[in-house]
Design a protein around this ligand. Structure first.
Ligand code: CMC
Length: 429
């Protein structure tokens, strides 16, 4: 074997093995030949949180966590956020290239013309309690879409697959806005095809009695930038959920519903809501040192801080901070900003956070923007789910079309009891 290999000597048997190295990686199944006896199962690797295990080959998103680099299909996130728009970026993620003018026109048309939801979904939403969390509503209604489009299970039919991609990207803002209006007891506002993707979302959220809703262009653009930043993030918890569930060949609505469920957790997309609630709990700038002290002593975490991959400043957080300044020029300063800046200042100078390389992540400042735009706190994770849908679908499609894909099925280390015999209850002490 050439230089691109690893020589492993098993001290238990004295045997040596050559394991090929490709793209700086060994195949875990190559370890199985390492056995202590003929009937030994073979060596496995143990990696409970997949911290050092590549679960797929991907060509979608690149992250260098040490350098704070994020690229979609090779394009730096900074350039996409400055010059692109969300639907263009969604196209890029899904099809690998930026659309031509005619491709873009067709794509925007297709998304715009799938925004309406079946009236029965509305009735279904009416059944939720008035205080139902928007993410719970989104998980269920996206899952329920599979019952409205039963053909979606033909996942290897390209035309069918594309149709569901259009539907999911198009209907997500509608479902989100309807969930919000249900909670407020407001009549549902229907999509307006004259508006942009984010402009229409704002329309469905905030339209009242005016005959035509006109989104503020600064706010519309700010939301579009936030959507670009949230569109994909390679093999995170929810993308991994979509891929794992999708690997069973279920329809995309069910797979994406699993992704939304994963995103809901406070360690993932629920962190934007948790971060804002934390800032409200701190209450004032002078209480920040005391709060940081509590975090350091193990009383909870600093929400919106830290990342599995980024060990330097999250590049998305930098852009969010700049976007916040533009939004606050329109909405006025969010009073919680002062507290957030103080948290960041103290944390970045504190040995605890420096040693663990904990920096603000994308969720730290987004909540301040969302709040200033008038979004209620419980819809914050939904504002993450809407744009992440394009990333989930890109990951789902890549997984389906990868010849190496098999149903996701990790191994375990069984450490439970050895075989023992059942004792009837009458004979148990
Ligand atoms: N506040 C205080 N301590 C922290 C934090 C935090 N936010 N994050 C990590 N730590 C500590 C942790 O206690 C541990 O300390 P020790 O070594 O003494 O035990 C060390 O840092 C390493 O933490 P970990 O849990 O092993 O790190 P992880 O890579 O498993 O977790 C994380 C990553 C994002 C789940 C975690 O940093 C966290 O819980 N952050 C707060 C929630 C949050 O903001 N999540 C949003 C992530 S970005 C958006 C997205 O992609 O979803």
């Amino acid at each position: 074997m050439g230089k691109e290999a690893l020589t492993i000597t098993d001290k238990r048997t004295g045997q040596s093995y050559e394991i090929p190295v490709t793209h700086g990686t060994i195949r875990a199944t190559d370890l199985r030949q390492i056995k202590v006896s003929e009937d030994d199962f073979g060596l496995m690797s143990y990696d409970p949180a997949s911290e050092n295990t590549a679960s797929c080959k991907s060509r979608i998103t690149f992250i260098d966590g040490d350098k704070g680099i994020l690229r979609y299909r090779g394009y730096p996130i900074e350039q996409l956020a400055e010059k692109g728009d969300y639907l263009e970026v969604a196209y890029l993620l899904l099809y690998g290239e930026l659309p031509s003018k005619s491709q873009y026109k067709e794509w925007v048309y297709d998304i715009t013309h799938h925004t309406i939801i079946h009236e029965n979904i509305k009735k279904f939403m009416d059944g939720f309690r008035h205080d139902a969390h928007s993410m719970g509503m989104l998980i269920s209604t996206v899952g329920a879409l599979s019952t409205f489009y039963p053909e979606a299970k033909n996942i290897f039919d390209e035309k069918v697959r594309e149709k569901q991609i259009h539907r999911l990207i198009a209907k997500m803002p509608t479902l989100a806005a309807f969930a919000y209006r249900h909670g407020r007891g407001l009549p549902y506002a229907y999509p307006d095809n004259d508006l942009s993707y984010t402009g229409n979302f704002l329309n469905m959220m905030f339209k009242m009695t005016e005959p035509k809703y006109k989104p503020n262009p600064v706010i519309e653009r700010a939301l579009d930038i936030l959507f670009i930043l949230h569109a994909d993030h390679e093999q995170n918890c929810s993308a991994n959920a979509v891929r794992a569930v999708g690997s069973s060949h279920v329809d995309p609505y069910s797979a994406v519903a699993a992704g939304i469920a994963a995103l809901y957790g406070p360690l993932h997309g629920g962190a934007n809501e948790a971060a804002l609630r934390m800032l409200m709990e701190i209450g004032s700038k002078d209480k920040v040192p005391e709060f940081i002290k509590r975090v350091k002593s193990g009383e909870g975490r600093l929400m919106g801080f830290g990342h599995r991959i980024y060990k330097s400043y999250d590049p998305r957080a930098k852009i969010v901070k700049e976007t916040a300044d533009k939004v606050f020029e329109v909405t006025g300063l969010n009073p919680l900003l002062e507290i957030a800046l103080e948290v960041e200042r103290i944390a970045l100078e504190d040995e605890y956070f420096i040693k663990r390389r904990l920096y603000p992540n994308v969720d730290f400042y987004t909540g301040l923007i969302y709040q200033s735009l008038g979004f209620p706190v419980d819809i914050f994770p939904v504002l993450f789910a809407i744009p992440r849908t394009s990333g989930w679908l890109a990951q789902w499609k890549e997984m389906l079309l990868d010849k190496e894909t098999k149903i996701a099925r990790p191994r375990q280390l069984y450490l439970g009891p050895d075989k023992r015999d059942y004792i009837p209850i009458q004979e148990r002490d």
